[in-house]
Design a protein around this ligand. Structure first.
Ligand SMILES: [Zn+2]
Length: 212
């Protein structure tokens, strides 16, 4: 069961089809595993369809979206009925059969990366897989822009908590963190970055120009 979810605005943008392809993929992978968010998107989809039919007679404020979403949140999670694209086929199509056997590039210490931006032609965001070796830790860093991440395998922890498989996290330039891999598997994440990460440790800061 995932504990870290996309926010309401991201789900609305997903439902409206406004997200970039890699960003939408992160949400779709999460939805496959999260009945709570699936239920919210299901309702947003229905609402969107009604609005399309009734336009321009009905105008919907953001406050109305919020009240609808809070009504959904009070329902039991099992109510979700949306069938999303099978997660494994979406990932396999993108990455092949074994995510652990990709041509990973060792970055710093326990961190390996693989830039897969070129698999999303025609969009401007950088798309990166990151692997933190089991039991390993990443250097302290902030993020120059917004980074949307989903955990594909294993788990990591930072000062905000533990992020397990299919958990969703958005980080920005206010978030300095030092993630560590927890559990016995390598932790692999998929991230969509609007700008590169910025290392903040005293030594690793010197290496910044060499990181992405
Ligand atoms: Zn969720």
């Amino acid at each position: 069961m995932t504990r870290h979810h996309p926010d309401s605005l991201s789900l609305m943008e997903y439902s409206a089809g406004n997200l970039s392809e890699p960003h939408a993929l992160c949400i779709r992978l999460h939805l496959d595993e999260c009945p709570h968010c699936r239920s919210r998107v299901d309702t947003l989809d229905s609402l969107g369809a009604v609005m399309m039919e009734q336009q321009p007679k009905v105008s919907v404020s953001e406050g109305m979206f919020d009240s609808i979403l809070s009504m959904i949140d009070s329902e039991p999670a099992g109510a979700a009925k949306v069938a999303t694209a099978p997660r494994m086929s979406a990932l396999q199509k993108l990455l092949g059969d074994d995510i652990n056997k990709l041509p990973w590039k060792r970055q710093l210490g326990d961190v390996s990366v693989l830039d897969i931006t070129d698999r999303f032609p025609g969009q401007s965001e950088q798309v990166v897989l990151q692997k933190l070796a089991a039991g390993g830790k990443a250097p302290a860093h902030t993020h120059r822009g917004e980074e949307t991440t989903i955990v594909l395998q294993g788990a990591f922890a930072d000062q905000k908590g533990v992020f397990n498989q299919w958990d969703f996290v958005v980080l920005n330039d206010q978030d300095e963190h030092k993630p560590v891999a927890v559990g016995c598997e390598d932790c692999i994440t998929l991230s969509v970055l609007s700008a590169p990460v910025k290392l903040t440790g005293t030594f690793t800061r010197m290496l910044n120009p060499f990181i992405r």
